[in-house]
Design a protein around this ligand. Structure first.
Ligand code: BGC
Length: 649
């Protein structure tokens, strides 16, 4: 109250204001008219604030062509587009973070095209049911708009519907690259999409088609491989798996993300993420575009443009790459979406100018993610000033609408929609478990130590990742940066998996390997590696084991006859000395919630089949690797790309 009156008082003491007001009010007629004027002004303000010049147009009839599911999609798009005002079109191009949505009613007021849950933007009731409630309310609001265009709701379901605590967490993409099994990748993607649909969501920001050349980058694990050919096959398999449900997939981050130069990030907090890619034009067709050609062939609904620079120009402002190469040369038919704040990030221009530049470069939907009101206003102004053509807007909206129709979002939900019990279901966990076994790479196996016997052995288990589902899962699990600990409900740690799979063995566990000095076990299993990280927060000048994990290996060497080292990491680690100490070595990547999959290969229930999807260097002098998968200085890596031992069956 006090602050309010202070503000009011200030306005009242403005002498100019006071004189004019009192002058008017001396006139009797004006004394009557004045309140009316105020009411009219308030009405006008309300009208303006209602939304972008929403004209009082009638809602099309229930049998309007675009509402008829029997009509061809192109005809439905044409019909709908012909009914849309400019602001309704621009609204469709806006993608807003759930936490930046000022009021739910803004979805219909501004005809927003999509809402996303950026990492961590979850409902207060973070359960499958809570998600359904939140997303349904927003979908319902979109129905209230004049044209009733459904919204897209997007999440980063890059290894399962990771925001939701009880969901199945599959291996991160690097593991699927190691498995290199398209059928498996498709089934992982479909199972993920089913869990996504069950929570009401219809858009997934995956797969990543990035090709990491530098293991110091914090996003290596989101990619299948550094090999464009492998990215192409696994990317296409993943897209097929997602889009054979009603969920839209996203190929990202266009283009050549992963080839940035260390130390050149444009983001002060990072080292390489959001950095500069040397603009080798000659590598476009032979390398960088290869996975996008496959994604385009697989009819991926959307392509996300990354935050990197191509030479000295932001990729997002590069018409040559987005329009000439992706849309024209590859014939890509879906829509192009920007990354988080990507339209404006590092642009050095006003938002008005940046909108013009990026939309003209070929961006169709803007992950703003904050200020949609200004976006609609600014883009409208740019069109009025002919800085953006009506054709460009129509092309963008046509692409977005096509995908909405194609996914069936305008029509009654299909039969057999997955229910809430799909989230974390035993069937999906089983697919994840198979994927864990299929993605674990056997790198060393002296004297055929593996597979282990299932009974009568004494096994010591230790290490930071042994009983830690959070570490197994990595980032993009419940929280953006993941969780370090056993707080992933429904998951099984590697230790639990070992115990379940071999009840006949005596298994002792101590995270730090502080076992009694008189113990000499048959086998010690050290589960070591990295704690979770996402994006540039994982940029690391020297990715290696920490002291505690190194000591665990030492101690296990003293307390057991043989030592198996299992590495839980988002990338190959520089750990040549520790690898020398190991009798057997397994790269398990970030396997996800189903730790039992590791036990399956250790005990020989499943064979080791996976191969390294990128080389494993001996030291920093070997990175970044070349686009052909060789070390920087030509020296021999510790393990080559494609290396992986076949375990004894
Ligand atoms: C990431 C994208 C992600 C988006 C939405 C960005 O920070 O670069 O990969 O899809 O956020 O969460």
């Amino acid at each position: 109250m006090a602050t309010h009156s202070k503000k009011t008082a200030k306005r009242k003491t403005s002498s100019k204001h006071r004189t004019r007001t009192s002058g008017y009010l001396r006139n009797r007629k004006l004394r009557v008219l004045f309140p009316l004027l105020i009411v009219a002004l308030l009405g006008l303000a309300y009208y303006i604030n209602r939304g972008p010049s929403s004209p009082p147009l009638p809602s099309p009839p229930a049998d309007a062509l675009y509402r008829q599911s029997s009509q061809p999609i192109e005809a439905r798009v044409d019909d709908l587009l012909s009914r849309m005002t400019l602001d309704e079109k621009i609204g469709q191009m806006a993608l807003v973070d759930k936490n930046s949505l000022k009021k739910t009613v803004d979805i219909s007021r501004y005809n927003l095209g999509g809402i996303l849950s950026g990492a961590g933007a979850k409902p207060s009731n973070n359960t499958p049911h809570g998600w359904v409630e939140m997303v349904s309310e927003m979908k319902k609001q979109a129905q209230e708009s004049r044209l009733g265009i459904p919204i897209l709701y997007g999440v980063d379901a890059n290894h399962g519907n990771g925001n939701v605590p009880v969901s199945t967490i599959f291996p991160h993409a690097i593991g699927l690259g190691a498995a290199n099994d398209s059928e498996l990748t498709t089934s992982v993607a479909t199972a993920t999409a089913q869990e996504v649909i069950a929570t009401g969501i219809n858009w997934s920001y995956s797969p990543s088609l990035d090709a990491p050349l530098d293991i110091r980058w914090g996003r290596v694990y989101e990619a299948f491989s550094d090999n464009p050919a492998l990215n192409a096959t696994q990317g296409a398999a993943y897209i097929k798996g997602v889009q054979q449900t009603s969920v839209l997939a996203t190929a990202k981050h266009f283009l050549a993300t992963g080839s940035m130069t260390w130390g050149q990030s444009k983001n002060k907090k990072f080292q390489i993420d959001q950095g500069v890619i040397p603009a080798h034009e000659e590598l476009l067709d032979s390398h960088y575009l290869v996975p996008y050609a496959a994604a385009s062939q697989a009819d991926v609904a959307s392509v996300m443009v990354g935050l990197s620079f191509w030479g000295d120009k932001r990729v997002i402002a590069n018409k040559h790459l987005i329009t000439d190469k992706l849309k024209n040369q590859l014939g890509y038919k879906g829509f192009v979406v920007s990354d988080w704040y990507g339209m404006y990030e590092f642009s050095g221009k006003s938002k008005y100018e940046a909108n013009i530049e990026t939309i003209n470069a070929g961006v169709d939907m803007a992950m703003l993610p904050y200020d949609y009101k200004d976006f609609v206003k600014d883009v409208n102004r740019a069109v009025q000033k002919e800085a953006i053509t009506h054709q460009r807007i129509d092309d963008a909206v046509r692409r977005i609408l096509y995908q909405k129709f194609n996914a069936g979002l305008f029509d009654a939900p299909r039969q057999n929609q997955p229910g809430l019990d799909t989230v974390g279901s035993p069937q999906n966990r089983d697919i994840a478990r198979q994927a864990v076994a299929a993605s674990s790479v056997l790198l060393k196996n002296n004297d055929e130590l593996l597979p282990l016997a299932k009974n009568a052995d004494h096994i010591l288990v230790a290490g930071s990742g042994a009983d830690n589902v959070g570490r197994q899962a990595g980032a993009w699990t419940i929280e953006w940066q993941g969780i370090n600990g056993n707080y992933v409900p429904g998951g099984t740690s590697i230790l639990q998996g070992l115990r379940q799979t071999s009840p006949g063995n005596k298994i002792d566990y101590d995270a730090n390997a502080n076992f009694a000095s008189n113990i000499k076990a048959d086998v010690g299993i050290a589960v070591v590696g990295e704690k979770p990280y996402a994006e540039g927060f994982g940029d690391n000048p020297n990715p290696s084991l920490d002291e505690a994990d190194k000591q665990v290996i030492e101690r296990l060497k003293e307390r057991s006859n043989k030592v198996i080292v299992i590495v839980i990491s988002g990338r190959p680690l520089l750990m040549t000395d520790q690898i020398k100490q190991a009798d057997a070595l397994v790269a398990a990547w970030l396997p996800g919630s189903e730790g039992t999959g590791i036990a399956d290969v250790l005990f020989g229930d499943k064979p080791f089949k996976a191969k390294l999807p990128l080389l494993w260097p001996t030291g920093l002098h070997q990175i970044p690797t070349t686009v052909n998968g060789k070390t920087a200085d030509g020296s021999a890596p510790l393990f080559d790309r494609g290396f992986g031992l076949a375990g004894r069956p």
